[in-house]
Write a protein that binds this ligand. Structure first.
Ligand code: URA
Length: 270
């Protein structure tokens, strides 16, 4: 998009957020709209009952000129939006038929955005949707997802109370690892989701999510057992539930990681 089109789009979005749903075709309205926001009320009033020249103050009796009103700049005004509204906006931005990376040509059925409480204190980040998720459009609903739900319940939290998302939103063919270009394209949306939810704790599920988020090649076995600062949250890497299904002897480690997450959520040491 050209620069001017960006500016117009920003401007329209800003007015939309203010609740302005249309503009008048009346030329006088456009003239008023060109005035500053602060000056709008007095301008509107004067346009309804124009001041006749007879009513102008006599020379020598004139009021001192008023200082120019401060014009609020759209880019410094904070518009409060709920986490849900921000998540909805991110989902809309991705769109239902995203074609930003090659996965849209490789058999994915739909985008698997994320699920859960938009104001969750605890967020889980997995790798990518698998077959069941691709069908249902919801992350972690297959066998690994059922184990994840049990893990969440084990620390006395309901699945509906956390937020769950993946590094990438489309299923890679044959459940292969996401390619670097796919991650690069999709990961900014995950970051936006994290910034919308603002969780206190993020649990990175598995090697791929942990390595991607922490920008490291260290294996999960080295990364887990520690707590990292990440986008205003505490990040705890742990084993992926699919790995735990294959290696149940590592569940004890995952349990330690989840207890750590719960302790941070409750502001206590574990
Ligand atoms: N594995 C993941 O990493 N994410 C899912 O949503 C499902 C399985």
């Amino acid at each position: 998009m050209t620069d001017i089109r960006h500016q117009v789009a920003d401007h329209l979005r800003f007015f939309d957020e203010l609740g302005v749903t249309g503009i008048s075709r009346d030329a006088a309205w456009r003239k008023r709209a060109a005035q500053s926001v602060a000056g709008f009320q007095s301008q509107a009033a004067s346009s309804q009952s124009p001041v006749s020249t007879n009513e102008l103050p006599a020379p020598g009796n004139q009021e001192p000129p008023r200082p120019a009103p401060r014009i609020p700049r759209p880019d410094v005004i904070h518009i409060a939006r709920s986490s849900q509204e921000v998540l909805d906006a991110i989902r809309a931005e991705i769109g239902p038929d995203c074609s930003r990376c090659k996965l849209h040509t490789l058999g994915r059925r739909q985008i698997v955005f994320g699920v859960g409480n938009p104001d969750a204190g605890l967020m889980f980040v997995g790798e990518a949707p698998g077959g069941d998720e691709d069908i249902q459009g919801i992350p972690f609903v297959g066998r690994a997802g059922q184990l994840l739900t049990k893990m969440i319940n084990a620390i006395q939290i309901e699945r509906d109370d956390v937020y769950i998302a993946n590094v990438i939103k489309c299923r890679p063919p044959q459940n292969r690892n996401p390619d670097p270009d796919e991650v690069e394209t999709c990961e900014p949306f995950l970051f936006q989701q994290i910034d919308a939810v603002r969780p206190k704790v993020i649990v990175a599920l598995g090697s791929f999510a942990a390595k991607t988020l922490l920008r490291t090649q260290d294996p999960i076995s080295r990364l887990r057992g520690r707590v990292y600062d990440f986008r205003g949250a505490k990040l705890i890497p742990t084993f992926h539930p699919a790995f735990l299904l294959r290696s149940p002897d590592r569940k004890r480690d995952a349990w330690e990681d989840l207890k750590k997450a719960r302790a941070i959520l409750q502001d206590r040491d574990e």
